[in-house]
Design a protein around this ligand. Sequence first.
Ligand SMILES: *Cc1c(COP(=O)(O)O)cnc(C)c1O
Length: 434
Amino acid sequence: MNTVGRPTAPNQVQTKPATLTGGRGLLQNEALIFEGDGWGKTGVDLPEPKTDGSDLGDLVRKDPIGLPGLSEPETMRHYVRLSQKNHAIDLAIYPLGSCTMKHNPRLNEKMARLPGFSDIHPLQPISTVQGALELMDALAHWLKTLTGMPAVALSPKAGAHGELCGLMAIRAAHEASGQHEKRRKVLVPTSAHGTNPATAAFVGYSVVEVAQTEDGRVDVADLASKLGDDVAAIMVTNPNTCGLFERDILEISRLTHEAGAYFYCDGANFNAIVGRVRPGDLGVDAMHINLHKTFSTPHGGGGPGSGPVVLSEALSPFGPLPYTARMADGTIHLIEEDNVGEEMPQSFGRMSAFHGQMGMFTRALTYILSHGADGLRQVAEDAVLNANYILRSLDNVLDAPFGGSGPCMHEALFSDKGFAESFTTLDVAKGLID
Ligand SMILES: *Cc1c(COP(=O)(O)O)cnc(C)c1O
């Protein structure tokens, strides 16, 4: 065990690690630098202060200030040891959400660090950040192209934030048509990610659950029975959280529109269909794309997210500001609240300070352009092939509740049914990390 040049404090003694596999990767047994000898040592030589009396009177400090006592190499080694406790995708697998991006090419990082993208400020004059705006405009173009949707809002900063953006656009649309008062419900399937009902509730809607069929898909008959003129929107994830494509998606969107409601699609799993299916062709009105899940960026443990939302023709007038637009002279401008004029009088306003996650825009565009159209399509095909390999390799040892529903999409689902009682899904997850 490493200490910082002194014996370990009694409360920090580690006995045998208690993890499932005996691994030590996540044990944090490094003493805090403040737990050392105080001023006993120092890493810097400061000149004695020239004091000519103090104006502080009684307020002068009488006790030691409590700074850590470390030499320079001890300080450095302490932080290097801490840095090595990070569990990283470069070292081993981790059991984070299936949809989370596992492939983060270093090229993206290099591009995101180009000073023209990383060392700029959102309040700089627009003429000095044309390159960054060009990049945002290009990313917007490709997101619209890949989804077959006419508009995109780049500013939402995560998937959940994108859901908020989509539902606020939907609410604004219902307000504009005078239907907001009667359309107070949002329909959400039981299998939905927790952020879906949370978002609907946050925007002020009441959440109505839609049943799931035996094979893990939306129960269309149940959905149809709950749709009516009191429903503002449905939120459906496709491919869904059970790893399955919603085969009845066209019927779902037809029924939704017939009832005068909007179709919000949770696009967190877009990596399974990118380049093969365009949500715009499925009747989707709004969908967030988690750039950190489909278009790379190291994510998890609090890494940055970005959740651009594509919008249909019907919803685009209500989307947030700002957005990029190319002017007649070829320069790109951000259409903001104060210069909106005729352009977007119905926008629900701003989602966030400034313009979104620039570093992630850079990574996502780098990833999209370096794969190209055929490469992105192959990403989806490989993701699905890999998940099916896992499903069929393990379905004889683990319970696969939807294994009989045909091939899966981006993820395969197993349960802990049949395990010994003391052995749970969480143990498997921890064991993978160990
Ligand atoms: C990850 C995820 C979200 C939320 O996205 P965040 O970027 O984590 O806010 C929503 N729905 C599904 C299906 C997800 O997998």
